[in-house]
Design a protein around this ligand. Sequence first.
Ligand code: FAD
Length: 403
Amino acid sequence: MLDYVSLEEDLGEEERMIRDTARRFVEEEVKPDVGDHWIEGTFPTDLIPEMGEMGFYAPNLDGYGLPNVSEKAYGLLMQELEAGDSGLRSMASVQGALVMYPIYAYGSEAQKERWLPGLGTGELVGCFGLTEPEHGSNPSGMETYAEKREARSASERSGTTAEKEGDEYVLNGSKTWITNSPISDVAVVWARDRSAEGNPVRGFLVETDRDGVSTNKIDEKLSLRASITGEIGLNNVYVPEDAVLPGVEGMKGPLSCLTQARYGIAWGAVGAARDAFETAREYATERDQFGGPIGRFQLQQEKLAEMATQITTSQLLAHRLADLKERGDLRPQHVSMAKRNNVRMARDQSRIAREMLGGNGITADYSPMRHMANMETVYTYEGTHDIHTLILGEDLTGIPAYE
Ligand code: FAD
């Protein structure tokens, strides 16, 4: 495996162990049929509890059965999962960074106790509803809203699982492009609270079996096919007041979750690129043309040299981010730089790897084109490449250029 500047030497025992466990899991359980899942447009759902058992969901959090591993170990885990497929890493990112993290960081004790253990083991699945049909790159324009109402009587509440007497919220709106919404038990829905002054954005924990919730699947994707994507429709959905995440108000809520997930993506993209590289390197030494392996041609060697260089510099950035995160010095803008750079790198280099495989490279028998197609999603979600450019532009000049 490519580790050109011996980053492995600096890993701790726990980091190596987690990396190796994830690598083995991907080799044995994922790689053999991920190409078929990708073609079929399915996710290997049987792996969801297995990934939970192995501690792949939010292992960098502490308590509630979570082991509090180092940020580097968490990053290495994301790297190995995405070497299998971006759909797999997306599963772990959404569950851990976008669902468990907000409950952990902003939830009440009761919410943490209710949700974190089941999400951690993969017995429950969660999703993160921020994007709307008309509001993607600018989620602060969201139209989904919540209004406080006096609790209805028990009979009126049939179909909900709400126990609590007192106030309730009613939610209306629609979210789209939501990873895992069709298979989720709970959705973290971000909505404007019209009952509070200034209509602040707040997070709501919405069970997907509540009356008025629909989660249609989005089909015919040409990217991230081994991942389930859907909508969340909210039509007069009543939730008890204690479904609100009490610890955060405003866009800081969803954006702070995205920083956690983007950190994992910066690592994950390196894994996808590394897998594409290793596939191309092996192919170059085995595929003969003009009387010998294609890897003897300078043109092919230049591609491998460039790929290895790009992957290595992205690895270095990811490792540095882990150190900054561990000591509390990581800024969202650092994460923007790494997400932007590493995903672009993986998008470009998986295409070069595909090219080196000739005709075989366009089949699902080899990983590079699958990674390349997946990278179109990874380049787009969690802040598009353009949006991260603007975040960096603002950080470097002090002048926002979004509008
Ligand atoms: P738009 O915002 O309409 O952007 C279109 C183009 O315009 C882009 O190239 C963009 O970079 C560019 N653009 C926009 N604004 C500017 C500007 N100010 N300056 C320059 N260029 C600009 N969302 C969730 O909430 N939860 C999920 O789990 C989730 N999972 C996803 C899974 C998949 C497979 C996909 C494809 C998306 C997912 N998303 C999810 C949504 C994703 O975050 C959005 O697609 C993304 O934020 C971009 O929004 P948009 O698609 O509406 O594009």
